[in-house]
Design a protein around this ligand. Sequence first.
Ligand code: TXA
Ligand code: MG
Length: 309
Amino acid sequence: MIKVSAAAKILKAGGVVSFPTETVYGLGARADCDSGIREIYRLKGRPSFNPLILHGDSFEMLEEVVDIPPHYRQVLYAFWPGPLTAVFAKKNKSSVSKLATAGLSTVAVRIPQHPLALELLKAVGSPLVAPSANISGSMSPTQAVHVQSCFPDVPVLDGGACTVGLESTIIDLTGEVPQLLRPGGVSLEDLETAFKTSFQVRDPGTELPVTAPGQLKRHYAPDQPVRLNAGAKHAGEIWIGFGDVSGADLNLSPQGDLSEAAQNLFQTLRQAESFGVSIAVSSVPNHGIGAAINDRLQRASVPKGEGCE
Ligand code: TXA
Ligand code: MG
């Protein structure tokens, strides 16, 4: 475990550090640094066609890299810092590494809310790319120990357990109609209210062409099979409940609180995984952040061998 000043020093020198955000822990490198970014792809085993999210501490820092259309500024002020990522056109003269954007002409950017992430960005003084700090296709880390057990050689800035617990919502603001690419910490309902328009929603079952990356099918997956919408436990399973269910071994939120369930999701899946048996999960309401929980659960339930991110 390291301090912000030490983490900033490593990043400035082109290295990789894991840092906390309000959503999940990220594996960070400077956005203009090919060597650090190459190391991130290597560590994660991530395909080079899958671009990274760029993090800034302010609109000013993000605008070194992307053009934010003026009519979107005001509404984005309401969400940033926070668990929302927006895709914009890349500035012609931006210094962001082509490795980070996988050669695309767009960049996904966000301002994270965690105080240590903001402190780190200020100390480095330039944008950081950070995918979730897990091996591609496996569950995202919501505590420093999750990162340490996955990447023992990567220095980690410990900011405690992540409060949101699943990744940022990703929206594409490059077209005429805003598009939801990944459900996450900000709900579609809140976005549509704030943007005063309906979003185009990509069917989570469809895979995007390689030129417009997003998520592939199997992801966020424990080692064992996951069975969804379980109303009871089958023999030999471990059962993750939601709300007032009796007989569940673990529970995402006994009160049926969706924010609490999101916060507990990956940690609970990890706990269930440690039993080494098949995992059953209760149904979770699909509104608000429940849509993001169900997206992750659905991807976790895709059998091994089907494309993973
Ligand atoms: O909450 C989060 O967003 C976390 C924390 C660390 O900030 N990061 C995260 O990064 O979830 P990652 O790499 O695990 O997921 C990034 C997603 C990928 O699905 C990628 O394809 C998509 O963002 N993405 C990145 N750049 C894009 C772009 N220009 N257009 C469309 N999708 C993009
Ligand atoms: Mg990820």
